[in-house]
Design a protein around this ligand. Structure first.
Ligand code: ATP
Length: 296
């Protein structure tokens, strides 16, 4: 009986392993499926980032032709500056990030980096130049070290730790019994939304791309965590061209320019001070959020 039990139990473990890796494969395929939306042009060249200027030139976009999402958007992120996008849910903010990373192609206008239309460059070179910290970071069922090093193949343990320190996740990692060898993800240590984002920040720091996209998590972080992540981000984005999709206005106060989006259009733009002086939609949002914070 015991003899029979052990192999069955062992099979159970293997089954769970397989099932788990299938879950991971599933995720990979979902990601690849999205990437398959676009192909490299036959004469695609590597993107050459000199300064890091991002230009949205009369960009329109629809996931489904029957339902336009973005309408004739033009704006520029100057080299080394941060442009923040705010607006209600469904306004099209995350869609801007998806277009920049070229998960989809624009349906009108053009998106350029240092003058090169991103449809004319190889996807590999484009994605090499852009770091994304997404709303929901996918962690692999592997060690925390692997998950950070994924930002740059061949990174040394010292480099991984330096990135983790800068993203302020090092102390948390070393406090776990296995440290950097701790398994994370569904099969291992479950990380909070904020901790996952720090892993993503560390990954991006290691990748050290000239252009950054940060899609702020909608899930409420407590305000201490929120402030810490903001401080980390400012460090990460320093001297980089950055697009920040913000759900909390406190994140955007220092941005070079803030775009207020509604129903796929930019309805206001300016610095925090300019938009407050305009006394329009942004000023309303700011007052509402301040009142909420005070009540909180
Ligand atoms: P949130 O603040 O909630 O993240 P958002 O401003 O980032 O919202 P988007 O995610 O850009 O909004 O979505 C804009 C619109 O596009 C929404 O109406 C959404 O339903 C639609 N949309 C998003 N992704 C897809 C998709 N893959 N296929 C079809 N429609 C989509």
């Amino acid at each position: 009986m015991i003899q029979l039990y052990i192999p069955l139990n062992f099979l159970g473990v293997i089954y769970r392993e397989i099932k788990q890796s299938l879950t991971d494969l599933d995720k990979m395929f979902t990601l690849m499926e999205r990437e398959r939306e676009v192909d490299d042009a036959p004469d695609a060249k590597p993107l050459e980032v000199s300064a890091g200027r991002v230009t949205f030139d009369h960009v329109s976009f629809a996931y489904d032709p029957a339902r336009p999402i973005l309408h004739d958007l033009s704006f520029e992120i100057p080299p080394g500056k941060t442009v923040a996008v705010v607006g209600p849910s469904g306004a099209g903010k995350s869609t801007l990030a998806r277009l920049m990373y070229r998960f989809y192609d624009v349906t009108g206008g053009a998106l350029r980096i240092d003058g090169q239309d991103i449809r004319q460059v190889t996807q590999a070179s484009l994605r090499q130049s852009i770091g994304i910290v997404p709303q929901d970071t996918v962690l692999f069922n592997d060690t925390v070290a692997y998950n950070i090093a994924y930002g740059r193949a061949g990174a040394s343990q010292d480099e991984v730790e330096a990135a983790a320190k800068a993203a302020r996740i090092h102390d948390f990692i070393t406090a776990t019994p296995k440290g950097y060898e701790t398994m994370v993800g569904e099969r291992g240590l479950k990380l909070s939304g904020g901790e996952k984002q720090r892993v993503a920040i560390a990954r991006t720091l290691l990748k050290n791309p000239p252009i950054m996209i940060f899609d702020e998590a909608t899930s409420a972080l407590d305000s201490a965590n929120e402030r810490a992540i903001q401080a980390e981000l400012q460090g990460v984005a320093r001297n980089k061209t950055a697009l920040v999709i913000a759900h909390r206005l406190s994140t955007v106060v220092d941005a070079h320019q803030i775009l207020v989006m509604e129903l796929g259009r930019i309805i206001e733009r300016g610095t925090h001070a300019e938009l407050l002086a305009l006394n329009g939609r942004y000023a309303d949002m700011w007052r509402l959020q301040q009142a909420g914070d005070d009540a909180g």
